[in-house]
Design a protein around this ligand. Sequence first.
Ligand SMILES: Cc1ncc(COP(=O)(O)O)c(C=O)c1O
Length: 412
Amino acid sequence: MGRTPSKPGAKPDFGHSPETLAFWRQQIRSALNSGATTPFYLFSAEPVAEVLAGLDALELARPVVHWLSTKTQPLPALLNWWRRQGRPAEVVSELEFRQVAEAGFETGSILVNGPAKHAWLPALSRPGLRVNFDSLRELTELLPLARRDRWRVGLRLCTSEEYDPESPEFPTQFGLTPEEAGQAVRRLKRVGLPIETLHVHLRTQVASADCYGRALSEVATFSEANGLLPRYLDVGGGWPARHTLGRGGRRLDAGFSAAAFALAVRQAMKRFPTVEALWMENGRHVAAGSGVLVITVLDVKERRGLRQLICDGGRTLNALVSVWEQHELLPLEHRSGAEGLTAVYGPTCMAFDQLGRRAMPRSIRPGDRLIWFDAGAYHLPWETRFSHDLAEVWWQEGQELGRVRARSTRAE
Ligand SMILES: Cc1ncc(COP(=O)(O)O)c(C=O)c1O
């Protein structure tokens, strides 16, 4: 009964350099030697520094400020590292706000974004906070506080380039339409609060840089029509993760050109003479490569031509993004010889709990460790406790390597 699985096809190409693979293997071995037990995440500052250096080398006509997208990787060790680099952080929830405040970010280095923040921000307001308004209701509810504490405010605009990626005919729920934003401008003018920032965030895994140019052109038209003199242009995040494939097998960054992005921004900047700095809030592009998930094969089955590896970590617990992304998945131990179509599962009782299905060496056996690469974005925030505890977390920075989160137990 049932269908026979297809034969192993061409191996997906994730495009990692041999040095990157060797770096992670070495760090994982060190963590194991220091007592790490699977499943565990291992994160490092070095890949983040490398991506930021690439972004900083772009010529974007104005100085660029990179805001840490805290929701992408809310890891205290990363927050501390980021702050020590003199870089600021963007938050969209009370939890994130408290995390960055605890990590020592000063008020001027915290940017509050996201919808419905009138529900939680009043309790945390402080003088000089940077806040991008997302709706007219938010503005109504928060305006007295904004005036009292002289917030440095911005508007998130919903341009026609922002839509639900799964149903492109529908807009997202974020930001203000041009009509709403026009009303917001008038209300802020009446109370004498200058609009310092104009903000867009198009969506995630943006496939081509062209849409940034079109969105910024809409923002410029709005700004000119309303006589605004913005100091900052916040283009949000959305750059695709590197070394990651969509379910169809294509690299998610295959059609995204950093040079085309830079050109679009340089063009757009001609219409923003008062803008002093460009703000970016890339999440997955910056953080995805900064971590791996390490799991152990617990059991091996074979049925209807499919080899099945059942492991102590997987999609349900640690890697929800495997629903829509394919990541490199390699054994830590050297395993060679004939390959067969292999599915890698987590330990939960969910058929859904599958990290990937592709050709892998048939010599992989129980006790082997597998590495799921590029686990630095949206893994920690989406991990679950489904039937199991949360995984250990390890952090590497320079010569330092240590456990920064123990395996948590149900009682916690
Ligand atoms: C306002 C804002 N900025 C930045 C990001 C980071 O997005 P990405 O990881 O796609 O770069 C998000 C993600 O949802 C967001 O909502």
